[in-house]
Design a binder for this molecule. Structure first.
Ligand SMILES: Cc1ncc(COP(=O)(O)O)c(C=O)c1O
Length: 446
């Protein structure tokens, strides 16, 4: 493989990394390249499952049954239209699984309608934007520094829909939406849609009040539950549809612990109809059809174990926050609370900043990510003052409050005590080895 393409829009580090890979693989046969790709996947899998504390919020480990279904031959089948009335033949079992997936997702979230074919949370958001807005319409969403997701922003799905995007006024230091200012702004620039929900989501939102403001100007409310879907499913987080959102989207593979994908939930038939059209024929033909059986399993596991899982996530987050504070780390949050859920943010501006901290933790096999904190200016996106982390994956491995105290110590070893990285890594691997199997799921089928 030779590097003759113009990629001047890439970052320097990305160009250098790409060059190293291409140099290392130059001259390999097709068979050797295929073997290498498979080995890379095995090594990444070994790292993530056996050698690391995976605490990146936007990911999860899948149950054995869900994982196995993702390798099914059904994956590569186009499946257009509604189950029972597809344009393709030969899919009768997959069609049944699709009905089950939607039905079980409705049951988990107590919603009337579930769209389960979106390939990601961003696509689920895109489907809602397509259904509820026209190009040029005004929307309100949380800005990126205060945690808003790019699919709510100009550079993401909302921008691709040509929407006029206004920032929801936010009190960065108190982690609160400023409701009075929001009301005034919404009356000055009446929106079609208000989006709440974020990537940095530590606290519940005053959804009832936001819905009341939306009603004053006839706007829809979308709650993006990408990160908190698992907590909502387990009854440990505010229920968006019960508290006023007209529609809720989520990623299915973060705290929810299902296959990669997105869902849209609503009790409103008109919204469901518009989303259905946006997904097909709007955006998909093959939606990785095997995901339907996998999502049905994940939803069934959530019905069986979700309450226990969500409670354990919240307890672990509280224990970890206490551990961080006892170690002298600066846990971001309100004066009286660091989180209502499974996610935490550390202000590491005095320990070298978010980029340094995330890289140093990675060296020690602790995976989290650098993140803007609400008071950071957007230009600091490559070196923000925070790191963001969550406990749902380590909770699924069976870890509890006792382990959270140890993990807080490992963070402090890296960020405060600057203990040898090899020593911390050794402790991480030993800790992980004590938790070899997954909880809150059904055992692998015989
Ligand atoms: C709030 C929010 N919405 C949507 C998404 C997009 O999800 P996906 O990665 O499934 O497209 C994310 C991703 O992290 C997110 O944080």
């Amino acid at each position: 493989m030779t590097d003759t393409v113009d990629l001047t829009w890439y970052e320097e580090e990305a160009l250098a990394f790409r060059k190293r890979v291409l140099d290392r693989t130059a001259g390999l046969s097709e068979r050797a390249l295929a073997d290498l790709a498979a080995r890379l996947d095995r090594e990444e899998t070994e790292f993530l499952t056996r050698e690391a504390l995976a605490m990146y919020p936007g990911a999860n480990i899948l149950s054995p049954r869900v994982q196995r279904l993702l390798g099914s031959v059904v994956a590569s089948r186009a499946s257009e239209g509604h189950p029972g009335a597809k344009y393709q033949t030969g899919l009768r079992w997959a069609e049944e699984a699709e009905v089950l997936a939607a039905e079980l997702i409705c049951r988990v979230f107590g919603a009337k309608y579930a769209e389960v074919r979106a390939l990601s949370g961003s696509m689920a958001n895109m489907a809602v934007l397509n259904s509820l807005t026209e190009p040029g319409d005004t929307i309100f969403s949380l800005s990126t520094p205060v945690g808003g997701h790019i699919s709510h922003a100009k550079i993401g799905a909302a921008g691709y829909r040509w929407l006029d995007i206004h920032a929801i006024p936010y009190d960065a230091h108190n982690w609160e939406i400023k409701l009075d200012e929001l009301r005034a702004e919404v009356h000055a620039h009446p929106p079609k849609l208000i989006i709440v929900g974020a990537s940095l989501i530590l606290f519940e939102y005053p959804l009832r009040e936001i819905r009341a403001i939306a009603d004053e100007v006839g706007a829809w409310v979308l709650y993006d539950a990408a990160h908190v879907a698992g907590l909502i499913a387990g009854g440990a987080w505010q229920h968006p549809l019960r508290e006023g959102a007209h529609v809720m989207t989520a990623s299915t593979y973060k705290s929810f612990g299902g296959p990669p994908g997105g869902i849209v939930l609503t009790d409103d038939a008109e919204i469901a109809r518009g989303v259905d059209r946006a997904i097909f024929p709007g955006m998909t033909a093959n939606y990785h059809t095997n995901r339907m059986a996998a999502l049905a399993v994940a939803a069934a596991e959530m019905l069986a174990f979700g309450r226990e899982y969500a409670r354990a996530c919240c307890d672990n987050a509280q224990a970890l926050a206490s551990g961080f504070r006892a170690e002298g780390l600066n846990v971001a949050g309100k004066s009286h609370a660091c989180t209502d859920g499974h996610m935490l943010a550390l202000d590491v501006s005095e320990q070298g900043g978010g980029a340094y901290a995330a890289a140093a933790l990675e060296e020690a096999h602790i995976i989290c990510n650098m993140n803007l904190l609400p008071w950071d200016p957007p230009r600091r996106v490559r070196n923000p003052s925070g790191v963001r982390l969550a406990v749902h994956e380590i909770t699924r491995w069976g870890m509890g409050p006792g382990e959270m105290a140890r993990i807080a110590g490992l963070f402090a070893d890296v960020l405060l005590r600057r203990r040898s990285v090899e020593a911390v890594r050794g402790d991480v691997i030993a800790l992980k080895a004590a938790f070899p199997s997954l909880h809150y799921c059904f055992p692998e089928e015989e």
